[in-house]
Design a binder for this molecule. Structure first.
Ligand code: SF4
Length: 158
């Protein structure tokens, strides 16, 4: 239990490492697939949002650092609505898919697309965490929302 807690507290290092390595060498951007795929895989395996509660480096970063500088406001009500989370999920997945499509099969460009996508969403999460509660991003995060949707579908199908 102690080891698990220690790991969770230090997961944020991975997202810092991801950006540092991707700036150094764009190919590391492909690791973004891992970050985005893990919440989906856990949900598909029936583990719900285990990725969020145990492993997510982004969530770990926001939880650890934004708390200290956050203005702590509550998210505007429209952002807490399911419709908004659906909208953001579709918007972000469409943007990513378009980026990958325009890469035309060039994996180097795909890596850069992922790096850019991860970077923009990370910055957005930080800005959100500054003006609102530190982990506000997690309330609207497309991957967390997708994991929720998959979990709901699994429960209904069971
Ligand atoms: S909601 Fe998103 S950012 Fe937050 S912990 Fe889950 S996957 Fe990570």
């Amino acid at each position: 239990m102690k080891t698990f807690k220690l790991k969770k507290e230090w997961n944020w290092v991975l997202i810092v490492l991801f950006f540092a390595l991707s700036i150094f060498n764009t190919w590391f951007g492909l690791l973004g697939f891992l970050c985005m795929g893990s919440p989906i895989l856990h949900a598909l395996k029936g583990n719900g949002r285990r990725h969020c509660s145990r492993y997510c480096p982004r969530g770990s970063f926001l939880g650890r650092f934004m708390r200290k500088i956050s203005l702590g406001n509550t998210l505007p009500r429209f952002m807490s609505r399911k419709g908004f989370r659906h909208f953001l999920l579709v918007l972000m997945m469409s943007m990513l898919s378009l980026g990958i499509y325009h890469a035309g099969g060039d994996w180097h460009k795909i890596a850069f697309t992922l790096f850019r996508f991860m970077g923009v969403s990370f910055l957005f999460g930080i800005v959100l965490g500054f003006f609102f509660k530190g982990k506000s991003w997690c309330a609207i995060c497309p991957m967390g929302h997708a994991a929720n949707l998959i979990t709901d579908i699994r429960k209904k199908a069971a």
